[in-house]
Design a protein around this ligand. Structure first.
Ligand SMILES: [Zn+2]
Length: 226
């Protein structure tokens, strides 16, 4: 079931799909973030806009993109992803685009410490985008795969944040909560919390760490059927 948020331009509906895959609907438009074919797209609309955070297969998935894309779907991706997605438009960290009544900002997403070997990173800085989607005066942030970087911590005026927490690729729930305390969104959804070995992060740790902050932590099932 979608969650709804009121804005000055009407309702925004949010549907969690799977892992980091989210559908945002507003103003008659369907925006998919990181469509991933492990999710069930049955009954969902086709995409008017798709935002892909980075090149990994759980975010940049040609099969899922084909399921939601039409001849008029606009697709924004980082530069290295655009090389693999015909017709994609490039956004780099720090860029802002206006798309109809929406504003899209690309923000850095990257590892501070974690990588496949010493001195390397699962997500090197500059190759991935988190996105802030603004509509009707409300700002929705999708972290992609990141640690609680300085850029993450200083994000301002976020109404609704979708924040990753998994190992070994991103960060722990405690680290995520520390970053979210600094960012202080009104609402936060933990997402992308299944680890590389298919176990799940303990979201109660995240929830408890935000006790007393008045940040509304919303737990949803991002892994239906698993
Ligand atoms: Zn991922």
């Amino acid at each position: 079931m979608p969650d709804t948020f009121s804005t000055t331009a009407g309702e925004v509906r949010i549907t969690p799909i799977f892992h980091a895959s989210v559908l945002l609907e507003a103003g008659g438009k369907a925006v998919f973030i990181d469509p991933y074919s492990q999710g069930d797209f049955t009954g969902l609309p086709k995409a008017d806009l798709v935002l892909i955070t980075h090149i990994h297969g759980d975010h940049n998935d040609p099969k899922a993109l084909a399921q939601v894309r039409t001849g008029t779907t606009v697709v924004y991706t980082p530069a290295n992803v655009a090389k693999t997605v015909p017709g994609a438009l490039v956004m780099n960290n720090g860029e802002t685009v206006h798309w109809g009544d929406f504003t899209i900002e690309a923000v850095a997403m990257y590892n501070l410490v974690r990588g496949p070997s010493a001195g390397t990173f699962f997500h090197p800085k500059g190759l991935g985008n988190g996105y802030i989607v603004s509509y009707g005066g409300k700002r929705f942030y999708f972290s992609g795969d990141t640690e609680a970087t300085p850029e993450f911590r200083v994000l301002k005026n976020i109404d609704v944040a979708f924040v990753c927490m998994n190992l070994p690729f991103t960060m722990t729930p405690a680290e995520a909560a520390g970053g979210v305390r600094a960012m202080h969104p009104a609402v936060v959804y933990p997402y992308h919390y299944r680890n590389g070995d298919k176990t799940m992060q303990d979201l109660s740790v995240f929830q408890k760490a935000l006790d007393g902050t008045h940040i509304d932590v919303r737990l949803r099932n991002w892994y239906p059927g698993s």
